[in-house]
Design a protein around this ligand. Sequence first.
Ligand SMILES: [Zn+2]
Length: 220
Amino acid sequence: MPYNLNAEYNSQQCRDNWNILNEIVHCAASIHHEKEIGLQQHYLIGILNIDIRTFFLTREYQIREIHELCTMGTVRLTKIFNFEMAHALLNYEGKCKNIHGHSYTLEVTIIGSPKSSQGDPEDGLLIDFGTLKKLVNSTIIQKVDHSLMLNELHDKELLEHLHHSFRKILKVSYQPTCENMLLDFANKLKHSLPQQALLHHLRLEETHSSYAEWYASDNA
Ligand SMILES: [Zn+2]
C-alpha cells in the first residue's frame, strides 16, 4: 500500500486519539518492506510515545515531523564478541551429555537511525561501538565467559560440589543449548539497550559450522 499523506490528515479529524495513532503507525509501517513492519511498528511506537504526550497536551499533531521520522535513514550496526564456555545437556542421548566446551562467537546487530544533532558528541551515531561493547560485556559476556553452564535440574549435590570446586558454575532454568542461550541473551539485551537502538538480531556460533539466530521480526 503506497504511503498516503491525505489519509493521515483525514484521520487527524477523528476524535478517537488512539485510533489516530494506530492508523498513523499502520501508514508509516506500509512504506517499509513487509518483513520489517513488525519491527518498524515497535520502533515507531517508541518514537511516537514522546509525541503522543505532546499531542495530548497541546492537541497539535505534528504529522510532518512524524513523516520525517518514518522516512529517515535506518541502519543496522553489528558488534562481534567471543567467549569460552563449557556445558552439558541433561538427559541428552549423545556426546553432549558430557561436560565439554566451545569457543562461542556472538554477533549482536541493532537497528535504528543515527542521531542528527549538530554539536552533539553523539551526532551521527546510532550507538557508540564502545557503549555497545560495554553493555554486551556487562550483560552477557562477563557472566558466561570461562563458566560451566548447567541445567538447574542436574543433581543438587553435584552442582554444589562443582560450585565449591570451580566457582563459576552457572545454573540456568533451561537446557543450555545454543538455541536456549540465544533466547536468554536476546531477552536480557532487549531490556538493556538505549531507546534509540533496537535489537535487530543475534547470531550465536557454537562451532564454525553450527549456529543459531534470533530475529526480532520473528518474535514480534
Ligand atoms: Zn556443546
